[in-house]
Design a protein around this ligand. Structure first.
Ligand code: KIV
Ligand code: ZN
Length: 499
């Protein structure tokens, strides 16, 4: 058996299902191109029948990317497969990913059906997809909780029907590593013709075991892993690409390897986090801000003598070059451009000039500007396309006084002003905005995060608001908490007031 493990990236499909983290087509293309230079084998670009946006993204990613296989998801439904085939028409290498739930609970409650009927639908879907493309992947949804004997029958039948890859998802993140590994082993021992297809892992992290389960899957014969950058994905997320890739790089004794250019990992992690407005937890393995910082004196001493004493990964292996992280007010235009480009952010000269102006203002307030700061500044360029813009904001608060805020908004060129009080300056400023934008909006989530340390720090604000039963996401960043909060609030308002 070949020891190369294929990387199937589903950041743009399963990863993108996170509420509030949706990407537009331009952003998806940007990420897809970086995934290509990272060296992934397959990019799952979307679920074309689910929305015109997903359909269009699959078309545009197919045009933009050359080497990886472009994959489109479907249910085991003819119409879904027709639409996926249509969306994949420009892909140089294409795959349809079709499937159906195989656990007893899916069969009974989701489909009100029987094991025999589900098996027939699975076979039909694979044969139907094979009419359009040669590369068909079948997923047995909730395989993690599917009876192994029945799962083996399904896998055997779909391979006979022409599936080239069979995906064994632990959809609910329920399996224990040993159990998931044993499931894959069972399939290799009981499925006739299993050597004609690649077996794929697809693990969710509900119990924090997605990476361990994926690793057990490949140790037992799976040769494709379905993963996302930073482990993004619904609920607790999917297996993180960077974790599996670095496990195999560190543990050469497994003899398993991938084609990933690991030096691109860090910049892509930042790009996905920024475009999805989804912070990476500081202690996240491989890509978290603290993944390579040692605070204990004993560790620091050891690392200074020889990094290998406490570091199993050289930060440079994931593209983290510590020497070049800090920019200051004396850094030039070119240095800023270079740092942005290492993160995959290519701005036009005009936009770069604006970001540089903001960079100089921030550098006046903060001595050292790090990568998070410049990515935020580049991200704030997006606000220029907003139809609601904050012209000015003034907020006053203190001990023994009622917080008050006044604000000026520019709505598609028309000027509005309002003032209000609240239980704090942010609350007062939001009340002032609401006096101008009179739509029913509920703030459902509000997080403030410092970027580094110190009272001169930039803070990032993530907000979720609900309007007419839908969730919209907003992001803001500033050295001023009230400004960042209002920027985030207005960013979220822009998402639905333009519709
Ligand atoms: O988790 C899952 O089962 C999935 C399938 C649709 C592949 O994402
Ligand atoms: Zn999934």
């Amino acid at each position: 058996m070949d020891n190369r493990v294929q990387i199937f990236d589903t950041t743009l499909r399963d990863g993108e299902q996170v509420p509030g983290c949706q990407l537009n087509t331009v952003e998806k293309i940007q990420i897809a191109k970086e995934l290509e230079s990272l060296g992934v084998d397959v990019i799952e670009a979307g679920f074309p029948v689910s929305s015109p946006g997903d359909f269009n993204s699959v078309i545009e990613i197919s045009k933009a990317v050359t080497w990886p296989t472009i994959c489109a998801l479907t249910r085991a439904v003819d119409k879904d497969i027709d639409v996926a085939a249509e969306a994949l028409r420009y892909a140089k290498h294409k795959r349809i990913h079709t499937g159906i739930g195989t656990s007893d609970s899916h069969i009974k409650y989701k489909f009100n059906s029987t094991r025999e009927e589900i098996l027939e639908r699975a076979v039909h879907a694979v044969k139907y997809a094979r009419k359009y493309v040669e590369d068909v992947e079948f997923y047995a949804e909730d395989a993690g909780r599917t009876d192994n004997e029945y799962l083996a029958r399904v896998v055997e039948a779909v391979i006979k029907a022409g599936a080239t890859v069979v995906n064994i998802p632990d959809t609910t993140g329920y399996c224990l590593p040993e159990e998931y590994g044993a499931k894959i082993k069972y399939l290799f021992e009981h499925v006739d013709g299993i050597d004609k297809a690649v077996i794929s892992t697809h693990c969710h992290n509900d119990l924090g075991m997605a990476t361990a389960n994926t690793f057990e899957g490949i140790r037992n014969g799976a040769r494709q892993v379905e993963v996302t950058i930073n482990g993004v994905g619904e609920r607790a997320g999917n297996t993180a690409l960077e974790e599996i890739v670095m496990i195999l790089k560190c543990h050469k004794d497994t003899d398993l390897y991938t084609n990933i250019n690991t030096q691109k990992i860090y910049s892509l992690s930042r790009m996905v986090s920024n475009l999805m407005n989804m912070p990476v937890q500081p202690n996240k393995a491989i890509v978290g801000r603290n993944a390579f910082s040692h605070s204990s004196g004993i560790h620091q001493d050891g690392v200074l003598k020889n990094a290998q004493t406490y570091e199993i990964i050289d930060p440079k292996d994931i593209g983290l070059d510590e020497n070049s992280i800090v920019l200051t007010a004396r850094s030039g235009h070119a240095a800023l451009k270079y740092r942005l480009e290492t993160h995959g952010v290519n701005l036009s000269e005009e936009k770069l000039d604006k970001v540089y102006e903001e960079f100089l203002k921030l550098a006046d307030k903060k001595k050292e500007i790090n990568d998070d700061d410049i990515l935020m500044l580049a991200g704030s360029e997006r606000a220029n396309d907003h139809h609601i813009k904050v012209d000015w904001l003034q907020a006053t608060s203190g001990i023994g006084m009622k917080p008050v805020a006044s604000i000026g908004l520019d709505i598609s060129g028309e000027k509005f002003e309002a003032a209000a009080t609240g239980n704090g300056p942010v609350d007062a400023a939001i009340h002032a905005v609401r006096q101008i934008i009179k739509k029913p909006v509920t703030l459902t989530e509000f997080t403030i995060q410092g970027v580094s340390k110190g009272s001169d720090d930039t803070c990032k604000v993530h907000m979720q608001v609900e309007h007419n039963g839908r969730i919209y996401y907003g992001f803001g960043a500033s050295t001023d908490i009230v400004n960042a909060s209002i920027e985030a609030y207005v960013d979220a308002l822009n998402k639905f007031t333009a519709e």
